[in-house]
Design a protein. Sequence first.
Length: 256
Amino acid sequence: MTDVTQTSQYVAIENARVPYITDLTLSYVNTTTFSISDGRCSNSDNSLDIEIDTDNVGTTVNFSVVGLNGLDTGTIAASTVYYVYAIADVTETYPAGFVVSVNKTTPYLPTGYGIYRMIGTIVKTAGSVINSFYEIGKSNTRVFRFVNPITILSGGSSGTAADILLTTFVPAFNLQSVQLVAAITPSAASETFKVYPGQTTGANGLVVYGQVAAVINTGYMDVQYTLDGSNRPVIGYVVSGSATGSLYLQSYTMYF
């Protein structure tokens, strides 16, 4: 019998990097500015680190400024989701900092800066001001909670599956989630208000039931949203009978 020594076909990966964000927490200041705490993150291709260290003072980002710690380019747009990036200069000639951009993948970088990483988002209202918020989480999962919930559906009465576009309220990334309060006003106790993840319909929707005719009943929902064919974030809904439904956006969760 021949003695055969079997060798492994697999080699352990040593020092494999996992993309990360540590701290860099966003906080609302006023209608034009917000602050970001010190912290670190990997850059967009996970090859380098970006570190922001202000001795715990934090960095103020101002939409009235174009360039470092401000808008990357152009002017402020209303009813828009802005993407917040940590940026750095690999030569360390210029200090690390931040820019906000309407571009969800690649910001316009100030002169001298070469690496970046998206770390959060800011929502601008119809009045071109920052929608007041607070952020929960210090790593790759972040919840952006609005101080005042936003109405995204009021008195919806569609008896067939209908889309609700979230374009001006949440970042345009696939398979993120929104936290909602759903309210049904039924005309009969048996009526329902169902909310679907993305444009999917069927049994996997979340349901709020009518209990007493003409009496509002509410429920909390955590719903995943998807992007439609035009890359717009969307969920769906349907009501039964003569019921109407309303939805209030409390927060959204991002998985970086």
